[in-house]
Ligand binder design. Structure first.
Ligand SMILES: [Zn+2]
Length: 325
């Protein structure tokens, strides 16, 4: 019965995508509902186009690669946290303390409303205690999964996942608009406290191994951009869990490259780390060696609504000095 429902929900989602996909692709630049709009949806910034000749599955042909089209699922209000929690970003284990993070957190009090990041159709709503949508049953607790007709992935399907809710406000098969209320923040499933766990998945809404980094999909704040990059050794192998510092005159943020292989790089960016929500300006990207000496440093500019990519190659000795998880 459950698998029958699941199949039906999935078919509904596909039908929705076929019907509305073309319409939604034109809509990427529309403004937010109800003044909830400090994040910009500038058409120029969103750059949500792809080559008209792109064949389904032909990922290399998608240009340009920026696809920051999702609203933040938390209201852009001063009293709420609508930015990604930096202590446990996508791909992080908090240096070995926690499981590899398959999404990002928006830490807010229980009962905070959670909104659809984009229009679509609900493919799952309720407890995950009988259907596996995470690494184990009852992992996300009360969870909503929405399928989106977004054409950034050469015909592949994007899903957003909203976990640990207190309760859900939508039903399977329901069409939702941008910022439709989906439920409220709770701590159901495996959660240390009330927060929203937010994921983006590709192709299969039930497969936790299909996540991508949600930061690459979220709209920028006004006049903000982001730095992302790749850290590889001399043979081109990813260096896991390496600390990267992003600095400016009045700013310093440390991030770690993805610490495990259960998370995925964006098919076009092929990134190992992201640093979102950076005010436009000049930054220095730095990697230190084991004794605190600069092993890599580059000056980069962040432009409003754009992504700056930094390609870091480390000597094998330094790359190997990083604990591999
Ligand atoms: Zn989480």
């Amino acid at each position: 019965m459950q698998s029958h429902c699941r199949r039906r929900a999935f078919l509904l989602a596909l039908a929705f995508v076929v019907l509305y996909g073309g319409v939604q692709a034109q809509e990427a630049s529309q403004s937010d509902n109800a003044g909830r709009s400090r994040a910009s949806a500038s058409a120029a910034a969103v750059a949500e186009t792809r080559s008209s000749t792109a064949a389904v599955g032909d990922l290399a042909s998608i240009k340009p690669v920026e696809h920051n089209v999702l609203h933040r699922p938390i209201e852009l209000s001063d009293g709420l946290t609508h930015w990604v929690d930096r202590s446990y970003p996508y791909g992080s284990t908090q240096q070995g303390a926690r499981p590899v993070h398959l999404g990002v957190e928006f830490v807010n009090p229980r009962g905070t409303p959670v909104y659809a990041a984009k229009s679509g159709v609900v493919v799952f709503a309720g407890a995950d205690d009988e259907i596996l949508v995470g690494p184990q049953l009852d992992y996300y607790g009360q969870v909503v999964i929405v399928a989106h007709p977004i054409e950034s992935l050469a015909g592949r399907q994007l899903f957003t996942v909203y976990g640990h809710l207190d309760e859900t406000s939508v039903a399977v098969g329901q069409a939702v608009e941008d910022l439709t209320l989906l439920g409220h923040i709770g701590s159901s499933g495996v959660a240390l406290g009330p927060h929203l766990h937010f994921e983006t998945r590709v192709d299969d809404p039930y497969d936790f191994r299909m996540t991508r980094n949600p930061e690459l999909w979220l709209q920028h704040y006004i006049d903000n951009g982001m730095i992302i990059g790749r850290i590889r050794d001399e043979e081109g192998a990813p260096v896991l869990g390496k600390r990267v510092s992003v600095r400016s005159n009045d700013f310093n943020r440390d991030v770690y490259s993805y610490e495990g292989r259960v998370v995925n790089s964006d098919p076009v960016w092929d990134e190992d780390f992201t640093v979102g929500d950076l005010p436009a300006g000049d930054y220095q990207v730095v990697v230190l060696d084991e004794v605190g000496k600069i092993a890599f440093a580059r000056e980069v500019a962040v432009e409003p609504y754009r992504t700056t990519f930094v390609d870091i190659v480390l000597a094998n000795a330094l790359a190997a000095a990083t604990p591999q998880r």
